[in-house]
Design a protein around this ligand. Structure first.
Ligand code: 5AD
Ligand code: SF4
Length: 472
């Protein structure tokens, strides 16, 4: 499934505009794949002279990269577009060029025509599969003054046409995201992704390895492979065959300097034996897996078209834990899918108790126009969804706190990524993505060092270095 951390609006990257360049301001909503896509759109526009600026007021071009997964996505887009239009008009009053406004991402894909009808001042609407055509669209928009819409699912892969990434999407250059797969053919009842991102496609193995190599050369130590259905990855291996995720992970683990590999988001149905074995055999694969289950009720899983039962999920987790006893799990849940009874919801609570999650994301079902569930009878009352969500989140919170508390006294390898808030403090991440703070010297930033965990803080851990310096 798609990702997980639905983030708030982000602006990338924060740089000022050099002379003679045109300002580009990208606003990113939604998942990490959108963050990655925004960086690639920035790359693709660089040869046209577009350089990132920190605000839309400075920008000759503004891209709003949208997310459709949550409620009222379209309304949020129209309100943001109204704001951008006002800024563009103020630029003109100040004697500057009006800004080209582009809407990208999943809302653009799903509601392109509607956007142009309701916001005719928008110049470009483009779906996630057509970013490589952005320069051509910008040129056409600039020439014609008319709107350009491109939400096809082209036959050519956008990855084959995008320039090489200029700078990886990183936190302090040590961790990066890398999109290896897009789209989904699973058609879960509630989900827009198959309609907005299209069918499953995978990047070729050599192209992924090249990008990963460049990331590692620039200092990256941890790569998170992204895809809506990342464990369905099957890229052309450049030798007449295809490579699956375990093979890709093995090739990545062989890159000198790359210490950690993660992947998200996976579907239980694509968690095959080879991938389970990889969690035993590939030490670079972090023991933290995001494996959405959505519901613990077989009736609802069926209505959701998830293609497995709750016991099959339990059995899968048991096999994974057998292969990798340290494995911790994260998941996504939806409460209030059409038809969900109290008994169904209790089955979800039971599944959570049975498995024990280190972390999870949970949502109230919200209908997406055009998806099968939206048209189903027995929509659940909002007030009931609220109560169920609160109950589920309380249980998940308890489990997360217990998981973090359990770390106290353990020694975890921490990849230090930057300075902490207090002087003399450095901060990093554990294998389980927990932020860890220690007293330590800046020299350790970029290294993975054993840390004895001494305290659980609200959303992070504190610890002490097991040894000050790692021998080369
Ligand atoms: N309503 C509520 N939650 C949804 N998700 C996807 N579509 C919907 C929807 N219509 C959730 C799923 C998915 C996560 C990214 O967002 O749990 O795994
Ligand atoms: Fe994930 Fe199902 Fe949506 Fe595909 S259709 S992205 S598997 S939730």
């Amino acid at each position: 499934m798609t990702v997980e951390t639905i983030t708030d609006s982000k602006t990338i990257p924060q740089k000022s505009s050099p002379a003679n360049s045109r300002g580009l301001h990208v606003i990113t909503w939604g998942c990490q794949m959108n963050v990655y896509d925004s960086a690639r759109m920035t790359d693709v526009l660089a040869p046209l002279g577009y350089q990132p600026v920190t605000s839309p007021e400075q920008a000759e071009m503004v891209i709003l990269n949208t997310c459709h997964i949550r409620e009222r996505a379209a309304e949020k887009v129209f309100s943001e577009l109204g704001r951008l239009r006002k800024i563009s008009e103020e630029r003109v009053s100040a004697g500057l060029k009006r800004s080209i406004i582009a809407v990208a991402g999943c809302v653009a894909q799903a509601e392109g025509e509607e956007i142009l009808a309701r916001a005719p001042y928008v110049d470009i609407v483009l779906g996630p599969q057509t970013y490589h055509r952005l320069p051509e669209m910008v040129a056409r928009a600039a020439r014609a003054g008319g709107a350009v819409i491109d939400t096809d699912f082209p036959v050519e892969m956008k990855f084959d046409f995008l320039p090489e990434a200029s700078a990886p999407q990183v936190e302090g250059n040590l961790t990066a995201f890398l999109t290896i797969q897009e789209g989904c053919d699973k058609f879960c009842s509630f989900c827009v992704v198959p309609y907005t991102r299209g069918a499953e496609t995978s990047r070729s193995l050599p192209s992924v390895l090249n990008e990963a190599r460049r990331m590692v050369e620039s200092g990256v130590r941890e790569i998170t492979l992204l895809g809506q259905n990342v464990n369905a990855y099957h890229g052309d291996d450049g030798e007449g065959g295809t490579a699956d995720l375990p093979r890709l992970a093995a090739a990545l683990a062989a890159l000198p300097g790359l210490e950690r590999i993660r992947y998200m988001t996976s579907h239980p149905r694509d968690m095959d034996q080879a991938l389970i074995d990889a969690h035993r055999d590939n030490p670079a694969l972090m023991p933290f897996l995001h494996l959405p289950v959505q519901s613990g009720s077989d009736r609802i899983l069926k209505a959701m078209n998830r293609g497995h039962t709750s016991d099959e999920y339990r059995a899968l987790i048991a096999r994974l834990r057998e292969a990798c006893p340290d494995l911790a799990l994260s998941s996504d849940f939806i409460v209030g899918h059409p038809g969900e009874t109290e008994e169904d919801f209790e089955a979800t609570m039971q599944l959570v108790r049975d498995i024990g999650f280190a972390q999870a994301f949970s949502f109230k079902y919200s209908p997406r126009p055009g998806t099968p569930a939206a048209g189903q009878p027995f929509q659940v009352d909002e007030a009931i969804k609220d109560v169920r969500l609160q109950r589920l989140q309380a249980l998940l919170r308890e489990q997360q706190d217990a998981f973090n508390a359990d770390m106290v006294g353990r020694t975890l390898p921490v990849l230090f990524t930057g300075r902490g808030r207090k002087p003399g403090q450095i901060t990093g991440r554990s294998p389980y993505l927990q932020p860890v703070h220690v007293e330590g010297s800046d020299e350790l930033i970029g290294q993975t060092v054993p840390v004895v965990i001494t305290q659980r803080l609200t959303n992070s851990l504190a610890g002490t270095l097991l040894r000050e310096r790692v021998c080369a």
